[in-house]
Unconditional design. Sequence first.
Length: 277
Amino acid sequence: MEKKYFPKLGMSLPALGMGTWGIGGGFWSPDRSRDEEWIAILRRGIELGASLIDTAEMYGGGHSEELVGEAVKAFPREEVFIVTKVWPTHARYDDVLKSAEASMKRLGTHIDLYLIHWPPTDTPLCETMRALEAVVARGIARFIGVSNFSLELIEEARACLSREDVAAVENKFSLLDRGDEETVVPYTEREGMLYIAYSPLEEGELAKNRFLAQIGAKYRKTAAQVALNWLLRFPSVVPIPKAGSIWHLEENIGSAGWRLSDEDWRLISEQFRRLPA
Ligand code: NAP
């Protein structure tokens, strides 16, 4: 797997990771009916090098974290990079610490990157950010970051911190949602931060795109692979597609390790810019 280096973290990470929304249940509700299958998919992804795994306390009410924990047990710990998130209703100082400890317990290991899932609405941002710092001080997580934050809010969050810095931002970024392309994405690149692109396939929509399939034919790649490869060109961006089958997983991993030509990359950029929002 191709890697990218992130100065703010002082390390390289896989250019492509795995999402887990829907793995182990939905919004705060566990589903244990496909556990074996999910563990097998996650393990295959790690074997193929997509070893940055994104989960959250909210996904399946914590069951997604349990499945991630089970999957990573089969590998040396340093080979995987686990990202998880605290839900904004737990954004008060003590609640963040409780959530982080509970996530660590479900994962059965420390957290590599701990994020506030959405900007808190009922808690001062600095209270949450200082709690994230405490999560690092207690050895529960190695790095902290934010999700669904605008550039202004990222800067506000950073200004709250004294011991740590925001190492990563996880926002929605795909060919059909390019709000961050000229703002947060270049900012993370300049600051040496990791930008985790969620819903990079626009929940599967881009895999059906005929224009991308046509371009991909030249490279023997599918529409999904072209959509993900378009994102890989941004130095700070790591897309985290979620795959519900080994087939989709392996296809997604085939989006790394090659590059669209400059001309095709620009053609795709223009084509999607012309689409109505
Ligand atoms: P996504 O990765 O863009 O799309 C997932 C959908 O695409 C699934 O329905 C999947 O179907 C399908 N798919 C995957 N690979 C495919 C392929 N090669 N060909 C055709 N279809 C394919 O959307 P997402 O799950 O919303 O986003 C990815 C991850 O980002 C999530 O899982 C989660 O970890 C994270 N996320 C974070 C936030 C946040 O607020 N921070 C919000 C949303 C998502 P199958 O299941 O059948 O493979």
